[in-house]
Write a protein of this length. Structure first.
Length: 128
């Protein structure tokens, strides 16, 4: 009888340990990516949870090397990044910023426009 109780407790303990392991193995953050066309090239806009905030990235690719682009990042309407950059030899422009997590949902907007006119792009990501 003592052996049966020990076996039952061991089995119950093993069953309880399985969900805990699954919860620990689950990702602690959610990453959101958007891709699309941007003028003659393309963009990737991403928001990744990092600790108590977010890593916000805008990557423009396949632009005309030497072309100038204005890139603006906003969080809930507030500017968190505003730069004018020249596309490198590969036609790439990048902007990375860290933003603190605010109460409720966070809405991020990326807007990229070529300096001097032409078509650009914009994208929105909302995370809770």
């Amino acid at each position: 009888m003592k052996i049966a109780k020990t076996a039952a407790l061991t089995t119950a303990g093993a069953l309880l340990a399985v969900p805990t392991a699954v919860l620990v193995a689950a990702p602690a953050h959610a990453d959101v990516d958007r891709q699309g066309r941007c003028g003659p090239g393309s963009y990737e806009f991403s928001v990744d949870r990092e600790g108590r905030g977010f890593e916000v990235s805008a990557d423009l690719d396949n632009l005309r090397p030497g072309s100038r682009w204005k890139v603006v990042l906003r969080q809930d309407g507030r500017v968190i990044g505003n730069v004018t950059r020249t596309a490198d030899r590969e036609g790439d422009v990048e902007l990375d910023r860290f933003a603190r997590n605010t109460a409720g949902k966070d809405r991020f907007v990326m807007r990229a426009t070529p300096v001097g006119g032409g078509s650009g792009c914009s994208s929105t990501i909302t995370v809770s």
